[in-house]
Design a protein. Structure first.
Ligand code: CA
Length: 228
């Protein structure tokens, strides 16, 4: 079920649209001014915005610009004017589609579904890596354990990332030096041990009672899902 934000200052139109969009299976929140709409987008991250161009506080173009400044949410413009030049300008500044008032519920529902399909197709796959209670978001350089953000140095994050993308696979110190530190083997191998010890501590475990980080004696280390 899509979460929609309907931005419409006319109370009667708003009520009618909320009713018909709800009947078409959408969850509908509403705003009656552009400022209220922008705040809602930031706070609630709706799946799509249906934006009336004639709002009391801001002109339609300004409203769309403000929304685009804070979010990439798909926006369908609703306008009373069938003004092609204006619609082209709105599409140029980031509207995904437009619809001319008055429109029927079936028509707006079809537009909404088409825009949501395009948005879903354009969304890159989620890069989040999950192993047990451990989640890594490489785009944000963020690691969490059981929902709590781990305070990792950049190198500790890289090390954890390298291991978490190979769950259950034994990795040698030589591999880690070459791929995480980009160093040849020899001399610096204590670096790996030290970082592994720090990482262990931050994961709340130790070598005697390992959970995620398992030493394979004489070979290397592997990261496992301790919950399975
Ligand atoms: Ca209006």
């Amino acid at each position: 079920m899509a979460q929609l934000l309907l931005v419409e200052d006319d109370a009667a139109i708003r009520r009618a649209l909320i009713r018909s969009l709800t009947e078409h299976g959408h969850a509908v929140a509403s705003a009656s001014t552009a400022m209220e709409a922008v705040a809602h987008v930031v706070e609630h991250r709706p799946d799509l915005v249906l934006l009336d161009l004639g709002l009391p506080d801001l002109d339609g173009r300004e409203a769309l610009r403000m929304m685009r400044a804070v979010s990439a949410v798909p926006v369908i413009i609703a306008t009373a004017r069938d003004d092609e030049a204006e619609m082209v300008r709105m599409l140029d500044i980031g509207a995904d589609d437009y619809i001319v008032k008055p429109f029927g519920a079936a028509q707006v529902d079809a537009r909404i579904r088409a825009v949501l399909r395009r948005a879903a197709a354009a969304t890159p796959p989620d890069p989040t890596i999950t192993v047990g209670g451990l989640t890594l978001r490489p785009d944000a350089h963020e690691a969490r354990l059981d929902g709590e953000v781990l305070d990792l140095s950049p190198k500790e994050f890289d090390l954890l990332h390298y291991l978490a993308t190979r769950p259950g696979q034994v990795v040698t110190k030589r591999d880690l030096l070459a791929n995480v530190w980009r160093l040849p083997y020899g001399g610096a191998d204590k670096t790996v041990d030290v970082h592994l010890a720090w990482l262990r501590r931050k994961l709340g475990e130790n070598a005697q009672e390992p959970r995620y980080l398992r030493t394979v004696r004489g070979v290397g280390i592997k990261l496992v899902d301790p919950t399975t």
